[in-house]
Ligand binder design. Structure first.
Ligand code: FAD
Ligand code: FMN
Length: 439
């Protein structure tokens, strides 16, 4: 069945590319609508692969359109005859945030019997529910009558062999053997410019301010983006870090916590970056657009920025962006709720935060410490206590940005927002007003 489906799509798309007609496979290919390539991505990998898929198909004469699950209604699928899905898994086997609305609508009864699809599921075998969302989507599609063109391909931590199989299937779909090579952006040799230990004496893990200079002085990124790093001891398994600075700062600044394993050894990437690599050392890195955490159409909105620990990095880039854009006339408000362990040790960029408070950029600053003996220990406690204010900011149009640890912070913040806003939270997410960079 799968081989037949794939054959139908191949033949149909080939013939369309050649403006021919192929009557026998019209149930698989409608011949008029471009092939839908839909992505559900948290940190951009699935989105990048989907864009590469569309580009590769286009060069082979197969028109395709790129769409995020954020804009995808399950009911739309019943009118399609072909689609490719590229989806990652987050949390504990969950769909990425952008697919929340789609997932909530998955219980609707639908007839997808016209649809033939390919599915690339991204995941990591170290998580209990490997490719959880990809598998759930596959089951859901088939239970509604859709037919796979080929078995689902599961990618473990970006493994090249699985991606190669996807490219192979695509070349069948496009009817060509020579799809262009589509490796991601190459890693460049950056330079470790500076490193500063920010929290000596803290009960928590050591946090470092790191500065890296790009080999291309004109290279650009946006507030919210990520830097991906490859460490000498573990090439092929890059680590992501949230960028804390702007291109106008001239360097990428990161906040990196030294990871300690149970046996006392250091994390490979964080150990190398914060301890082993000498200043001036070359660092293999590349910038990654993180479209779901950029400001996007929230440009004119008030911001509620919530985070803990190294999560201040992603929030700081947005605040620096807003500070750079200030023209005195702006009435946009910013509320930072940040959690760490001890006030005496763990306030990063304290001078900058104080400056932003005194010049009015930060309308509110809530610093919450878990080890200083207060009853409100975590950002989620403060958020719960401030639920009326949260509602009133949101009523005035604010967007929420959350950055930092998923376990213990982002999941709890999400639960408090759910209690406070009910169905309003899903609506905020649908509007792109609830964005997360959590790990
Ligand atoms: C979107 C995103 C943004 C992030 N931003 C920051 C940030 O701003 N600051 C910061 O300090 N950290 C950030 N991280 C975490 C960072 O990427 C690393 O996971 C962290 O530094 C630990 O890596 P390590 O090599 O030092 O530890 P490892 O030696 O990797 O060990 C840490 C743990 O992760 C597991 N692990 C090992 N390899 C990997 C891998 N390749 N991928 C996932 N897990 C692995 C191990 O089983 C171990 O339990 C972010 C992660 C993501 C996904
Ligand atoms: C916080 C976090 C949770 C994750 N949870 C899972 C999981 O439950 N199952 C899985 O297979 N992969 C999991 N992953 C791995 C991602 O799915 C994988 O890295 C994927 O390539 C990310 O693609 P994206 O950038 O498009 O979101 C998780 C990754 C992170 C950072």
């Amino acid at each position: 069945m799968a081989a037949y489906g794939l054959l139908c799509l191949v033949v149909g798309l080939r013939s369309r590319a050649r403006r021919g007609a192929m009557q026998s496979c019209t149930q698989a290919v409608d011949g008029t609508t471009p092939l839908l390539v839909a992505h559900a991505s948290q940190t951009g990998t699935a989105e990048e692969l989907a864009a590469q898929t569309v580009r590769a198909l286009a060069t082979a004469g197969v028109p395709a359109t790129l769409q995020s699950f954020a804009q995808l209604e399950p009911s739309l699928l019943s009118s399609l005859s072909q689609a490719l899905f590229i989806v990652s898994t987050y949390g504990e086997g969950d769909a990425p945030d952008v697919a929340a609305h789609f997932v909530a609508s998955m219980d609707a009864s639908l007839d997808l019997s016209r649809l033939h699809y390919g599915l690339l599921a991204l995941g990591d075998r170290r998580y209990r529910s490997f490719c959880g969302f990809g598998r759930e989507l596959d089951t859901w599609l088939q239970s509604h009558g859709a037919r796979p063109l080929a078995p689902r391909i599961e990618v473990d931590g970006g493994d090249e062999a699985s991606l190669q199989r996807w490219r192979h299937n695509l070349s069948h779909i496009a009817g060509t053997a020579d799809l262009p090579d589509w490796q991601g952006a190459p890693f460049d040799s950056w330079t470790l410019r500076a490193r500063r230990h920010l929290n000596p004496g803290s009960l928590g893990g050591a946090v470092y301010h790191i500065e890296l200079a790009s080999p291309h002085p004109a290279c650009g990124w946006e507030a919210g983006d990520l830097l991906q790093l490859e460490v000498p001891a573990d090439p092929g398994r890059p680590r992501e870090y949230s960028i804390a600075s702007l291109p106008t700062d001239g360097v990428v600044q990161l906040l990196v916590r030294l990871e300690r394993h149970a046996d006392g050894s250091h994390g490979l990437a964080s150990g190398w970056l914060t301890q082993a690599a000498p200043e001036g050392a070359p660092v293999r890195a590349r910038l990654r657009a993180h479209s779901h955490f950029r400001i996007g159409h929230n440009r004119g909105r008030d911001l509620i920025l919530i985070g803990n620990g190294t999560g201040l990095a992603g929030l700081r880039s947005h605040l620096r962006q807003r500070a750079a854009q200030r023209d005195g006339a702006t009435t946009r408000r910013h509320w930072l709720i940040f959690g760490e362990r001890q006030a005496a040790h763990d306030v990063y960029y304290a001078d900058e935060l104080r400056q932003w408070q005194s010049d009015g950029l930060l309308t509110r600053l809530d610093l919450v410490y878990s080890r200083d003996g207060h009853t409100e220990r975590y950002v989620q406690d403060r958020l719960r206590a401030e639920s009326d204010r949260v509602r009133s900011w949101l009523d005035a149009g604010a967007a929420i940005y959350v950055c930092g640890s998923l376990q213990g912070m982002a999941a709890e913040v999400d639960a408090v927002l759910q209690q406070t806003l009910g169905a309003g939270l899903a609506e905020l997410q649908r509007q792109g007003r609830y964005r997360r960079d959590v790990y």
